[in-house]
Ligand binder design. Structure first.
Ligand code: AMP
Length: 943
């Protein structure tokens, strides 16, 4: 009987069928302007409770969506009288919709995600019946369920409430209603609601979960007993990470993934190495015993080590690469992204399904480190997208000794930053392995479907201190009182399975014993490990191993080739309208290609890239404004003045040419440089360049320079051919746009770790860039590039200079001279050379030779010794620099110069001409700058 009445009500309801669209529109109208709807409707809408905690607006897209769905699913359409809310039941139906919506939006805040039960949750009334104008008396009333995935058209309020509570307030708290894309939100609704947030798990899968948990716990216990008190940053409390990673890898394989690149900090790393990547436990034990594992370099602690292996999945072999990681948390994430992008580019994987980035974070670091935001912000940009990253937070609810709620962050969750890119977030109770398993599937499926970032926040705890020597109860007394008596995840789950009759206690014991025995035997413990990996999944780095920086190379390009290339690079498509100044640059480049005009910096650079592409080397350049160049010299990307379309001549040299990518980066230095480091350490054949807008902006990525670029090879044996172009030069632009802080890089130089070059001519930049790829050596190149020299009348070369010669580490005096007449030598690097040259020529100072040291590291000692020895009558030798005395090359490089003087037959002293020591890199006043510059030039000549 009641059902019949209900049916009748719906059939006549003004919010059913096509009328839903009308109500939806009305509601929209109300939100825009409350006065635009009739008083009765206004009154009705105003009384609706605020789902979002009482803010002025309501996430009306949800309401809209509900109405739209109702409209779609109900076939009956009947026009309604505008201006009326017809029945009490209809009101209640809307209130039920709002209750449902509230669960979707806020359910996570009441989800049972904390295994310790210590988490303080703010209470909101939104999930109560009363808040939505409903009461217990309505519990047995049936309502439409067309907007929820409950398996039937109608259900009682009790059923709806139960369904919503189980779905959204169980062991998974899911945040997805902030996602702008409706399809994605619907996807989550359907996946969560159709199984009430907890799908059935079969006996076999449960046993597998337990086996993985046993491995996770077993390893930590074993290490704890064998090496008590030794730092290992154990996973205890977060063991569910292991079954989670196992599922990700196996499922990715089924999706057809071929590679997974993993970034993670120290916590749980050893466990991942042994139980996921298949590192031989006996190797790890050797490391615990302090044995030297690498033949070369300085090495790194065991919980920073990277690893590579192949494992078998239902979809075939999957290559796993765990990136080497420094202590600086979160910085590895953009490195991983760069490595993934490089692998995707290598595979022409434009769908980005073959290589998957997996970033494992700590809760405190994810909330605290700025590079997290930078990396997220890169995730959908053309230059940096990788088709979505799977983020996992090992959320042990404490940062070293810092408590989460009061001090570690200002946001409710440590994951809130991920909302900037609309990433869905799955908070999951780490003590519920089946929930973790489901959250993992959801996250991976979402990534594969929508190619966007997704976060799993695995809420767990840290059974011990920050490391095994730390006592945590001193700082977190209450939490650790709970932890002390809290059973392990494995034991809890084993108990559950025994209780459910999935296994008996004896079988459980066998599981524990057999893992321990495997460790005792020192064998591999990953069953899926492929012992003879498919080599095709690896890049061959052997051609780049074992070379010195003096390795032979030929950077010349035949004149005719250069001319042809120069012309090709000036071609624009039919009807493409180039802007006036750019058109002039192209005309000039055509003249340069014809040999009718000297080659300038921009043309030489472009020819270097073009010739490398012709020789089969991919080129990738990123940085702020690199397409045009900060100082408008490059114009590698042309913009059609008619329709804004772009044309990249270097990407159109020939049909099957290697990749030429040039991307203006987002305004980040740290994440972007780390990304390019990751890219370069994965692609040895390419020229990979990051250019700073101004060189000193690289101080925003000092961590990458210190922890990876200058030391990665020595710590981890990872070669890197990355090039950094850092505009540098004192032109009166003030303290922040003058110096690229040469001294910083020189101070980091040792053991031939990097190359530091200061090219001063177009031919030099041409040969330097080509040398970086053509020489088999892969060492980072830090190049200090000019600003005013880009257009300086003397800083030009000829086509022949490019066609002949090579990069000169030192450029001797260029004016004709008799070496016996030279009594004074000025040594310098960079732009100041041209100031010195002009002064010398203007004053006809024929007794002075000016030499340019174009490579400051590795220092060309032999070349300098030879050059100095060639001037028998030298009396005075000066190092001249624009930088203040405490900066530039003076302190870091003078010992090399002195060594050359010591070898001379005359007794020579090295003098200094340059700015006085200064706290700031440069002054802020043009007049002072000019005065200083003139003085240092005169000082160099001792006048
Ligand atoms: P991956 O794919 O990163 O796991 O690398 C596979 C293997 O290639 C490593 O185990 C190394 O032997 C080698 N390899 C990868 N990257 C580098 C690098 N940057 N320098 C030297 N060898 C590398």
């Amino acid at each position: 009987m009641q059902e019949g009445v209900m049916q009748q009500m719906w059939d006549t309801s003004h919010i059913s069928g096509g009328n839903a669209a009308y109500v939806e529109e009305l509601y929209e109208q109300f939100l825009r302007d409350p006065n635009s709807v009739s008083e009765e409707w206004r009154d009705y809408f105003e009384k609706l409770p605020q789902v979002n905690g009482g803010g002025p607006d309501v996430p009306h897209s949800t309401i809209q969506e509900n109405f739209v769905l109702m409209a779609r699913q109900r076939q009956t359409t009947r026009p309604i009288e505008a201006g009326t809310v017809s029945s009490d039941h209809e009101r209640k139906q809307i209130q039920v919709l709002r209750l449902i919506s509230a669960f979707r939006i806020r359910g996570h805040q009441q989800a049972k995600i904390d295994p310790l039960g210590c988490m303080q949750r703010e209470q909101f009334p939104d999930l109560s019946l009363e808040y939505h104008g409903l009461s217990e008396a309505d519990l047995d009333t049936e309502f439409q369920t067309s907007t929820i995935f409950i398996g039937k058209e109608r259900a009682t309020l009790r059923e709806i409430l139960n369904s919503m509570t189980t779905t959204y307030c169980g062991s998974i708290g899911v945040e997805y209603m902030h996602i702008v894309n409706t399809e994605e939100r619907r996807w989550f609704q359907s996946r969560m609601e159709s199984v009430r947030g907890k799908p059935e798990v079969g006996a076999e899968a449960r046993q597998h979960l337990l086996e993985r948990l046993t491995a996770a716990e077993g390893l930590e216990k074993y290490l704890g007993t064998k090496f008590p008190g030794t730092k290992r940053f154990g996973l205890e409390g977060g063991e569910s990470l292991i079954p989670m990673l196992d599922e990700i890898i196996q499922r990715s394989g089924s999706y057809g993934a071929k590679e997974i690149v993993i970034g993670m900090a120290h916590r749980g790393r050893l466990n991942v190495l042994v139980n996921i990547l298949g590192k031989n436990p006996s190797e790890l034990f050797d490391e615990f015993e302090g044995k030297k594992m690498a033949d070369t370099g300085s090495g790194d602690v065991k919980y920073h080590q990277g690893f590579s292996s192949n494992v078998m999945t239902p979809g075939g072999e999957v290559h796993l690469a765990l990136a080497f990681n420094p202590s600086h948390l979160e910085i590895v994430s953009p490195v991983v992204e760069g490595s993934v992008r490089a692998r995707q580019d290598r595979r022409n994987d434009e769908v980005r399904g073959q290589v998957i980035p997996l970033a494992i974070h700590g809760d405190a670091a994810f909330a605290g480190q700025g590079v997290v935001m930078e990396t997220l912000q890169m995730s959908q940009t053309r230059a940096y997208k990788t088709g979505g990253t799977l983020h996992i937070i090992i959320n042990n609810q404490v940062g070293f000794t810092t408590s989460k709620q009061e001090d570690a962050r200002s946001t409710e969750y440590c994951t809130d930053v991920a909302k900037i890119v609309g990433a869905p977030i799955l908070h999951v109770n780490g003590d519920d392995p089946e929930a973790v398993h489901f959250a993992t599937k959801l996250a991976l499926d979402y990534r594969m479907e929508f190619k966007r970032d997704v976060v799993i926040d695995m809420v767990c705890y840290r059974r011990r201190g920050h490391n095994e020597a730390d006592e945590p109860s001193g700082t977190q007394p209450l939490m650790y009182q709970v932890i002390k008596t809290h059973k392990t995840t494995r034991d809890l789950y084993a108990g559950k399975l025994v209780e459910a009759g999935v296994m008996d206690a004896e079988q459980d014991k066998t599981l524990v014993d057999s893992y321990r025995n495997a460790l005792d035997n020192g064998g591999y413990v990953v069953k899926a490990l492929v012992k003879e990996p498919n080599k095709e999944l690896f890049v061959d780095w052997t051609p780049y191993l074992g070379h010195e920086w003096t390795a032979r190379h030929d950077t010349r390009v035949a004149l005719a080739t250069l001319q042809g290339l120069g012309q090709k690079l000036c071609k624009v498509p039919e009807g493409f309208v180039v802007q006036r100044q750019v058109s002039k640059i192209i005309d000039d480049r055509l003249k340069m290609a014809a040999g009718a005009q000297s080659i300038n910096w921009g043309a030489a650079e472009i020819l270097a890239y073009g010739s490398l592409i012709m020789e089969g080397h991919p080129v990738r350049i990123t940085g702020q404004d690199v397409g045009r160049g900060t100082f408008s010299h490059r114009h590698a990307v042309l913009h059609n003045q008619k329709d804004g379309s772009t044309h990249v001549p270097l990407a159109n040299i020939s049909e099957n040419q290697p990749d030429f990518q040039i991307w203006d980066s987002l305004l980040s230095e740290e994440a972007v440089l780390a990304f390019e480091y990751g890219y370069a350490t994965t692609t040895p054949s390419a020229l990979v360049i990051w250019e700073a807008q101004f060189g000193d902006f690289a101080n925003g990525c000092q961590v990458v320079i210190d922890q990876f670029i200058t030391s990665g090879e020595h710590k981890w044996g990872r070669l890197c051919g990355l090039t950094m172009l850092l505009p540098h030069g004192y032109e009166g632009q003030g303290p922040e746009h003058s110096s690229a802080r040469l001294e910083r890089y020189l101070q980091l130089c040792a053991e031939h770790n990097i190359q530091v070059c200061v090219p001063t001519t177009p031919a030099q930049v041409f040969h330097m860039l080509r040398r970086q790829v053509l020489r088999p050596l892969r060492k980072p190149l830090i190049a200090f590039t000019p600003k005013s020299l880009l257009r300086h009348k003397l800083a030009v070369s000829t086509l022949e200079d490019l066609a002949e010669g090579s990069f000169q580490t030192i450029i001797p005096e260029i004016d004709e001279h008799d070496s016996a007449e030279i009594t004074r030598m000025i040594m310098c690097s960079g732009k100041v050379y041209y100031d010195l040259l002009e002064y010398k020529r203007a004053n006809e100072l024929k007794n002075t030779a000016i030499i340019r040291i174009e490579q400051l590291y590795p220092f060309p000692q032999d070349d300098l010794d030879e050059l100095i020895a060639s001037y028998p009558n030298l009396k005075d030798v000066v190092w001249c620099q624009e930088e203040p005395m405490n900066q530039g090359a003076w302190y870091c490089s003078q010992h090399h110069m002195r060594r050359a003087l010591d070898n001379h037959t005359n007794s020579l002293r090295l003098e200094y001409a340059g700015r006085d020591a200064s706290a700031a890199p440069a002054c802020g006043y043009m007049s002072k700058h000019v005065e200083e510059q003139q003085k240092l030039v005169k000082d160099a000549f001792n006048v």
